[in-house]
Design a binder for this molecule. Structure first.
Ligand code: AMP
Ligand code: ZN
Length: 455
């Protein structure tokens, strides 16, 4: 059975198959903006995309080409670099490395190509020049270049932005520009190239329009063209990217290349906290590191993120991580009980559920029904295949983190306060009191942690 996946453009579930004769499945996934740690909402999207990647790998072995970009120049990255007085490249390298480490901890397969916006300036300039030549773009006095939305009749097909809204520009005006605040707000036209402003510091490149930097949307059009060609099989991202980002990508790519940009569009839904989208601007976020410090494992987070249907919003709770740890423990016990000669595959329907629009709740339900039926004659290979598809790595059981007694926490709080007051004698005395209760207080610059004393 081929993978069936909801397509945001046609609003139907459609089978996935490579369109081109070489049989390569071309998959482009919008990547992170690297100016801070990605939060677990971002990782919901990347884990869902990893599930998709794994199903594609099973369906088209050795024939999948997965490209995911790094947005390493935009308003946010530049602002961060200026705030910290560090070069843009130093900031984006730090957060790219962190993103990679978190992806690895969450068992996400690396994409085959991970192009960066700053590494593809000439490709973006070429594309803008082609759009200008074909009458789809115009220059403004400040050295910027804008895409002329009215030159592309297909605009709005993905997001169903009403024509009327486009005309008065309310669709764009009412929507916060999450990446780049376009200087010009004339209707729905959007920036392809941004003329250099003092706020950009030394982050600018030469171009036929003078010094400046690319707009956000053009990077994905240019990088997918370079690494996957004019037409791709599947383009994905979180639902907030549908408009304007993906609508604009379609306009740029189709006007430049004169052909269909993507055969299939997929958008996964958001992770919420208390009913609100988890986001940096709302400040209601968790990072993987924060959860790890609380004693939760990355595998539990991955499980919890997969437990909800990817096209439905998921409300995040810490309880869901406890439930995930329990589920993982049951999977580990079951795996350990499997005998090499087993031939039965009770997990085939779970794989079919995943292939049916990534129905993870159904798949997990089927898996646990099989677990309750017991391990007799179950094929280890069949179990490992469904675990591979979900990306659940059971190899490292996590040691439960000991609960710190309230008495010890109280002493630690006291010690932290007297240390801040530079009362070293009292700080030493409290360290001894904490040790006498069997705990070690580890000091860092910005806080402390407590660990059971080594015997
Ligand atoms: P960004 O780093 O802001 O470009 O976002 C990276 C990815 O995370 C994009 O595909 C977004 O759509 C996605 N995203 C942002 N916030 C959330 C959220 N709360 N839940 C799920 N995905 C999100
Ligand atoms: Zn993109």
């Amino acid at each position: 059975m081929p993978i069936q996946l909801h397509d945001s453009l046609s609003r139907t579930s459609r089978p996935l198959a490579p369109a081109q004769a070489d049989g390569i499945y071309r998959f482009y996934n919008c990547g992170p903006t690297v100016y801070a740690a990605a939060h677990i909402g971002n990782f919901r999207t990347f884990v869902v995309n990893d599930l998709l990647r794994r199903l594609l790998d099973l369906e088209f072995p050795g024939k999948v080409k997965h490209v995911r970009n790094l947005t390493d120049v935009d308003d946010k990255t530049i602002r961060r670099s200026r705030e910290e007085g560090r070069p843009l490249a130093a900031v984006t390298k730090e957060w790219t490395d962190k993103f990679h480490a978190d992806c690895a901890a969450l068992n996400c397969l690396p994409p085959h190509v991970e192009p960066s916006a700053t590494g593809h300036i000439p490709e973006q300039i070429d594309m803008i020049a082609a759009l200008e030549k074909r009458g789809h773009a115009y220059r403004t006095d400040d050295g910027s270049v804008y895409f002329k939305v009215s030159s592309f009749p297909g605009y709005g097909a993905l997001s169903r932005v009403k024509e009327r809204e486009l005309r008065v520009g309310s669709a764009l005006a009412g929507k916060p520009q999450t990446h780049d605040a376009d200087e010009k707000e004339d209707g729905s036209d959007f920036a392809l190239w941004k003329g250099h402003k003092p706020d950009d510091g030394d982050n600018f490149w030469p171009s036929p329009w003078g010094q400046g930097r690319p707009g956000w949307h053009i990077e994905c059009s240019a990088m997918s063209k370079k690494h996957l060609g004019d037409t791709i099989d599947l383009h994905t991202g979180g639902v907030d990217l549908l408009f304007p980002h993906h609508e604009n990508e379609i306009a740029q790519s189709q006007c430049c290349n004169g052909t269909t940009f993507a055969h299939h569009w997929y958008h996964s839904e958001h992770l919420l906290v208390d009913g609100k989208k988890m986001s940096k601007s709302l400040g209601n976020l968790y990072t993987l590191d924060q959860l790890k410090e609380m004693g939760h494992s990355p595998a539990a987070l991955r499980y919890a993120l997969l437990a909800g249907h990817p096209r439905k919003q998921l409300n995040f709770t810490l309880d869901s991580l406890h439930a995930a740890e329990k589920a993982l423990a049951q999977l580990r016990t079951f795996r350990a009980a499997l005998q090499p000669g087993g031939t039965a595959d009770p997990f085939a329907p779970a794989l079919a559920a995943l292939q049916d629009d990534l129905n993870t709740p159904n798949a997990l339900g089927i898996i646990f029904t099989a677990l309750h039926a017991g391990p007799a004659n179950v094929s280890p290979a069949a179990f490992d295949r469904i675990l591979f598809a979900l990306g659940l790595d059971l190899s490292e059981p996590v040691a439960p983190k000991a609960d710190v007694p309230a008495e010890v926490t109280a002493l630690a709080e006291q010690r932290w306060a007297v240390k801040a007051a530079k009362n070293w004698a009292e700080a030493d005395r409290l360290r001894g009191a904490i040790a006498a209760l069997g705990w070690t207080m580890l000091d860092r610059k910005d806080g402390y942690s407590l660990e059971p004393a080594k015997k």
